[in-house]
Design a protein around this ligand. Structure first.
Ligand code: HEC
Length: 215
């Protein structure tokens, strides 16, 4: 009987710690490039609003002069089907408008799934942060693609900064601009108009910068 209570109690602990509403990130390793390889485990498979939907919509729609109010759950939920229909349209009035790059299929599919699951405000927290062997392709490009590329690409380079390829992302980082903007250290605060990057993503970028911006 006691064992059963223990089991229930530990399941409850797991349940409550994985459902925290504030993102909690434990950064493993010694902060250098030689930390242990750990995997970021999403709490479950449903779409996460904070890490998957919000950044895509902010980068594609909430740029200044566009739909700046599409930067929070309530407004994005209210406009979810409109966002999806404009993003998926191929003719007539499309969004984001030309010459902006269109939303990619993976992002459109995520929004579709999110709507199908009931446009929930699911907040996901990664409980482990992988800071081992930080490289552009495996660690940095995925962050740029979600949080920055929509406003920093060849056709639309906010502040003349392009973050859709290795070379210019590296340049932006080695000049110190990248870290300055994502840590709100006196430059324009990025992502513009959206929530700041997670501690884990900031740490990855700092480690990438400190270890020579490997490709
Ligand atoms: C919604 C659009 C938008 C998003 C998303 C965005 N930026 Fe920007 N960014 C801009 C604009 C516009 C500027 C030009 C300066 C300004 O208007 O504040 C800029 C400027 C910058 C600059 C130059 C700052 C300077 O002082 O010269 C850097 C570096 C930068 N962004 C990095 C990033 C990074 C890194 C991300 C992702 C984590 C990001 N931005 C996401 C729109 C955006």
């Amino acid at each position: 009987m006691k064992k059963r209570y223990l089991l229930i109690a530990s399941l409850l602990v797991i349940f409550f710690t994985t459902c925290k509403h504030e993102p909690i990130v434990t950064i493993k390793g010694n902060g250098s490039n030689n930390g242990p390889t750990v995997v970021v485990i999403p709490t479950n498979d449903s779409v996460c609003f904070n890490t998957q939907i919000l950044p895509i919509v902010v980068a594609s729609c909430a740029q200044s002069g566009c739909h700046t109010t599409l930067n929070n759950y309530a407004n994005i939920k209210l406009n979810a089907s409109t966002i999806l229909s404009y993003a998926s349209k191929t003719t007539g009035k499309v969004m984001p408008p030309k010459p902006q790059p269109r939303m990619d299929t993976a992002s459109i599919n995520l929004i579709k799934r999110w709507i199908k699951e009931g446009t929930l405000n699911r907040i996901c927290t990664a409980n482990v942060c992988d800071t081992a062997n930080v490289k552009y392709t495996t660690h940095i490009a995925p962050i740029m693609n979600i949080y920055c590329k929509g406003c920093h690409n060849t056709t639309n380079a906010g502040g003349s900064v392009n973050l859709d390829n290795y070379t210019s992302t590296k340049t932006c980082t080695t000049t110190g601009k990248m870290i300055c903007t994502i840590t709100a250290s006196g430059c324009a605060i990025m992502p513009k108009g959206g929530p700041s990057l997670s501690k884990c993503d900031i740490r990855k970028i700092q480690i990438w910068a400190a270890t020579g911006c490997l490709q």
